[in-house]
Write a protein that binds this ligand. Structure first.
Ligand code: 5RP
Length: 221
């Protein structure tokens, strides 16, 4: 999609020779990985870590050198990733693609995180998009009860007839909270529930948000 591609390609302009780059997941990150692959073919020298098995496979197919975490001696210089919602102070909901845990691990390890979205992702308050919460399969029925206790309506994500499994072998509970007024507080409350691995709230993590607009313009927030 053009709006996603133009945002992604602008973000890739921030990558410089010698950087360690975090590769996001999803249909917007797809365009970033494609563009990075093209720049690598032209001689850009980087190393990369991916936030999902899918993105890693794509990067390898494009000739982008992937390194294991064990080889990371310092911070990741720059991570480029998509989002499902971006609020007015650049807090995010992520995890629509189910990669939120690896995405948060990589984002936390990064000096900078550039978020790439089309204009439809911009909101005043987070919460119209059901918040993805990664839960371990063991005792998930109890974990879901705890989630309900925080005031949401959770639905375990399905893939066809089967439960959707993350790259880490866990379930996703998509939690409809409605408007989320205190994302930082909710993030901590959720992660305090036994059985919750992490959740898709990314609070004060984005260094920059790049937006592709329907009229073809690209904005930077
Ligand atoms: C995957 C994510 C994605 O970044 C998010 O779902 C946005 O996806 P897309 O770029 O396809 O709209 O968090 O877990």
């Amino acid at each position: 999609m053009e709006t996603k591609r133009i945002a992604a390609e602008r973000a890739v302009e921030y990558i410089e020779d010698g950087m360690v780059v975090g590769l996001g997941t999803g249909s917007t990150a797809y365009w970033a990985i494609q563009k990075i692959g093209a720049r690598v073919k032209e001689g850009l020298r980087i190393k990369a870590l991916a936030t999902s098995i899918e993105s890693e496979a794509m990067a390898e197919a494009l000739g982008i050198p992937i390194i294991p975490f064990a080889e990371l001696s310092g911070p990741i210089d720059l991570t480029i990733d998509g989002a499902d919602e971006v609020d007015s102070i650049s807090n995010l909901i992520k995890g629509g693609g189910g990669a939120l845990l690896r995405e948060k691990i990589v984002a936390k390890a990064s000096d900078r995180m550039i978020v790439i979205v089309d204009q439809s992702k911009l909101v005043t308050h987070l919460g119209d998009f059901p918040l993805p919460v990664e839960v371990v399969p063991f005792g998930n029925e109890l974990t879901v009860r705890h989630l309900i206790g925080l005031g949401c309506e959770p639905v375990i994500r399905m893939k066809g007839e089967e439960r959707f499994l993350t790259d880490n072998g866990n379930y996703i509970a998509d939690c409809a909270f409605g408007r989320i007024m205190e994302p930082g507080r909710l993030e901590m409350q959720l992660n305090g529930i036994p059985g919750v691995v992490d959740n898709g709230l990314f609070v004060q993590m984005a260094s920059k948000v790049i937006v592709g607009y329907d009229n073809g313009e690209v904005g930077e927030l």
